[in-house]
Write a protein that binds this ligand. Structure first.
Ligand code: 13P
Length: 252
């Protein structure tokens, strides 16, 4: 039995006051939701004040983490600094970071190793672009990204890893992969994990879907066998919408 995880990726949005108000409202509306795990990925500058409001259920994550602990990497964020703050999750390999900031399969793998070393739990993003989907290369792309991302990890380390399947063409476009399409690729990813590790690891690993998830489509997505939650951008910015996403996931 996999506990679903609904995570909001705020990207470069929200002021400190808006962020604090959101967390306050969410904690008030769902003081204890043990059937679903929730997380919010906020901008680095807001992490310090948000982690103080982290509860048993709502966790706070960083949108990035560097693969070195310290050094001459202007503008980057160290895993040690994140851990010191009390951050729980680190988002790694989001498609926006892959396309705008040269994140590669190799750096994604290094970041996962380093995050785990500092007991940050990685949510690792994989997903194809539109031309890859249209030319029938989805499996090939997702297989490569998953295999290279998870290279060198042990089965025990996989207990801490969440995978997010985010087809790039569905991010921020209003175009969601149909639940069937999303489920098929999440199932493919589970099979890849089985080949790399074992059936036991594959049965346990949580695989989220991300890409234009909202309160109108979450129910059907969550009813799919291989979808264990959602990584949500736009629809996670409003607290009522986020709370509804969590409540629907709770019932799925
Ligand atoms: P949207 O939900 O806005 O499509 O964004 C998805 C995403 O990139 C989450 O990481």
């Amino acid at each position: 039995m996999r506990i679903p995880i609904i995570a909001g990726n705020w990207k470069m949005n929200k002021t400190r006051d808006e962020a604090l108000r959101f967390i306050y409202e969410v904690n008030r509306a769902m003081p204890d939701v043990s059937e679903v795990e929730t997380a919010i990925f906020a901008q680095s500058v807001h992490l310090r004040c948000l982690v103080k409001r982290q509860g048993d259920n709502l966790k706070i994550g960083s949108q990035n983490v560097h693969y070195e602990e310290s050094g001459a990497f202007t503008g980057e964020v160290s895993p040690i600094a994140l851990k010191e703050l009390g951050v729980t999750y680190a988002l790694i390999g989001h498609s926006e970071r892959r396309s705008y900031y040269n994140e590669t399969d190799e750096s994604v793998n290094k970041k996962i190793h380093k995050a785990l070393r500092h007991t940050l739990r990685p949510i690792v993003c994989v997903g194809e672009v539109l031309s890859e989907r249209e030319s029938g290369k989805t499996f090939e792309v997702v297989e490569r990204q998953t295999r290279l991302a998870l290279e060198g990890l042990t089965s025990e380390q996989m207990d801490e890893v969440v995978i997010a399947y985010e087809p790039v063409w569905a991010i921020g476009t209003g175009k969601t992969a149909t639940p069937k399409m999303a489920n098929e690729t999440c199932s493919d990813i589970r099979n890849i994990v089985e080949k790399l590790f074992s059936k036991e690891v594959a049965d346990k690993v949580r695989i989220q879907y991300g890409g234009s998830v909202n309160t109108g489509n979450i129910k059907e997505l969550m009813s799919m066998e291989h979808i264990d939650g959602a990584l949500v951008g736009g629809a996670s910015l409003d607290e009522l919408s986020f709370i509804e996403l969590v409540n629907v996931a709770k019932e799925a």
